[in-house]
Design a protein. Structure first.
Length: 114
């Protein structure tokens, strides 16, 4: 999506009141993993909305998200933006809530991603 469309999407997501409407907007308008990652950083989603969005992703997409935003990392929180810190925290909390079997599978996939 071009810059103007992206700005409009982010504005609409920030102004949107209902989580279900936010998720529908994201599903309808976001067409790539990079766009999804940008939305997660820019749309000011709360943890519940973030979790509901993560529930729609498959294991490979979750593994890619972990690879890009590792919550077990040498990078200190002071080196990250607030948005990046929130993504890492929400992702870590999400991973702690899913079953051990699925978590291990996702972490194994993440290890093999380049």
């Amino acid at each position: 999506m071009d810059d103007e469309e992206y700005r409009e999407l982010i504005e609409e997501l920030i102004e949107c009141r209902y989580t279900s409407d936010k998720l529908k907007l994201i599903k309808d308008k976001v067409k790539s993993f990079d766009e999804l990652e940008d939305v997660l950083l820019d749309a000011q989603l709360n943890e519940e909305e973030f979790n509901l969005l993560l529930n729609t992703l498959g294991d490979v997409e979750l593994a890619a998200m972990i690879k890009r935003h590792p919550f077990e990392s040498d990078i200190q929180a002071v080196d990250l933006s607030e948005e990046e810190q929130a993504v890492r925290l929400y992702l870590k909390n999400y991973m702690n809530r899913i079953s051990n079997c699925r978590r291990e599978k996702i972490l194994q996939i993440a290890k093999h991603l380049v």
